[in-house]
Design a protein around this ligand. Structure first.
Ligand SMILES: C[S@@+](CC[C@H](N)C(=O)[O-])C[C@H]1O[C@@H](n2cnc3c(N)ncnc32)[C@H](O)[C@@H]1O
Length: 424
């Protein structure tokens, strides 16, 4: 471990304060679900819905106290997928291992090492998760390139990097605490001093302005406070910086993994003037994201999938794909429920509210009734379209028209990841 490339000061920090704070005894009570690591979402966005996860190789780089590796291993425990965890912090790895033991997970390989030391000897991976790690490296680009070199040609990554503007105030606080703590050697004493400063932070302080978005120091025990305000190596990125980092690594941005985040990066959420909006919507998508980020100012992180390939998302034009409501464990019967709701109020409008808070109207038409009745996680699009033609006694509705109808009328469901696709 000691000859390998990593920042000693970062390792020391995570040995004393593993992040995020996790108590392995809690595993018997709850599973921490990490949105970006949901395999249905990874499959839909990164593998055209066509991955069956057998012999699937996963690397969690900088796995910390285990949130990502545990959630992935739980979802993949009935497959032949092979998972690898890597971190420089032994203390963090011990916590992650204890969590896995509590859950009797046996599909994880553990490596106490720097991600920068990984090479072809470990083999290539289909999916690499690296959340909240690259921005703590001396050279994040080198870190990303190292991981990209470990990716299979058709592989994908789940990445999270800090957002520059949403973290306004954090770096002033880090600098302030460095000055105040200049003569302190113990991290525990630095924590005490930080709490003293936080207790009487002037209203004008930039961190005070931003504190309602940045709560790790309140909700995350001392580990959260250290990670946020006393970090030894920490930087943040604008979304345009993120695109540049990806381009320099020959990777492509696939999609934001979180629905709220994805919707919030759309300028149309904030700009009412139609001619100004039209001009902005003509700009490349990354510039639209950059404009939304500066407009909102509160995105504290960028969480997204990346791949070497451009076209990795499952498509509604592939009629052998199966639509299903996501997350499937929450919405097993939603198709039938919506069909019944349409029956109860034909030709009216049904108000829909997604768990992310977004609302939209759904027309209670005969066509929608037939579609919903048939979305059961088993029927392919082709089967649903055939059923529509049979029930509506319409030979004139062809597949292209029905694809266009679904993409248009079901747009909110698709945008909100409420309906995903998997290959049959
Ligand atoms: C903020 S924590 C994030 C943990 C986890 N990925 C998550 O999202 O919960 C950063 C982790 O990266 C690890 N780390 C930092 N530099 C590393 C390196 N060069 N190689 C491997 N892990 C590293 C730290 O030890 C720490 O556990």
């Amino acid at each position: 471990m000691d000859n390998k490339p990593y920042l000693k000061k970062v390792r020391d920090q995570y040995e004393s304060y593993p992040y995020p704070f996790r108590d392995p005894s809690q595993e018997s009570r709850r599973l921490v679900e990490i949105a970006i690591e949901r395999i249905d979402l990874i499959n839909f966005y990164c593998f055209k819905g066509a991955c069956n996860f057998n012999k699937f190789r996963v690397l969690v780089a900088g796995g910390g106290t285990g949130d990502s590796i545990i959630f992935l291993a739980e979802q993949l425990k009935h497959t032949t997928a092979e998972l690898w965890y890597v971190d420089i912090s032994q203390a963090s790895m011990n916590i992650a291992k204890q969590r896995a033991e509590k859950r009797r997970l046996t599909n994880i390989n553990w490596l106490h090492a720097s991600l920068l030391s990984l090479d072809e000897n470990i083999g290539k991976f289909d999916y690499i998760s690296c959340t909240g790690v690259l921005h703590h490296l001396d050279d994040p680009l080198l870190g990303l390139k190292t991981l990209k070199n470990l990716l299979n040609d058709a592989g994908a990554m789940g990445l999270m990097l800090y957002g520059e503007y949403g973290r306004t105030g954090v770096y002033q606080m880090q600098q302030l605490m460095k000055m105040i703590n200049v003569n302190e050697n113990q991290l525990a004493d630095k924590v005490i001093n930080t709490k003293k400063i936080l207790a009487n932070l002037p209203e004008t302080n930039w961190f005070t302005h931003n504190e309602k978005f940045l709560v790790d120091h309140i909700n995350g025990e001392d580990n959260g406070l250290v990670d946020l305000l006393l970090h030894e190596q920490d930087r943040a990125y604008s979304i345009l910086d993120v695109y540049q980092l990806l381009e320099q690594s020959a990777l492509k941005f696939v999609e934001f993994s979180d629905v709220k985040m994805r919707m919030s990066y759309r300028p149309e959420q904030y700009i009412n003037d139609s001619s100004l909006l039209k001009t902005i919507k003509q700009r490349p998508i990354k510039e639209q994201h950059g404009i939304a980020e500066l407009l909102v100012g509160a995105f504290k992180k960028h969480e997204f999938y990346a791949s070497m390939n451009a076209d990795t998302k499952a498509s509604f034009t592939e009629l052998s794909n199966i639509p299903f409501f996501f997350p499937s464990e929450h919405y097993k019967n939603l198709g039938h429920q919506l069909a019944n709701a349409i029956l109860a109020s034909p030709n009216k409008v049904i108000s829909m509210k997604h768990s992310s808070g977004f609302e939209f109207d759904l027309s209670a038409s005969q066509l929608n009734y037939t579609i919903f009745k048939n979305i059961d996680g088993k029927n392919t699009l082709q089967m649903i379209f055939d059923e529509i033609r049979k029930e509506l006694k319409s030979e004139t509705l062809n597949n292209e028209q029905l694809v266009a109808y679904i993409c248009q009328c079901f747009k909110p469901f698709i945008q909100l990841d409420w309906i995903l696709l998997k290959a049959s």
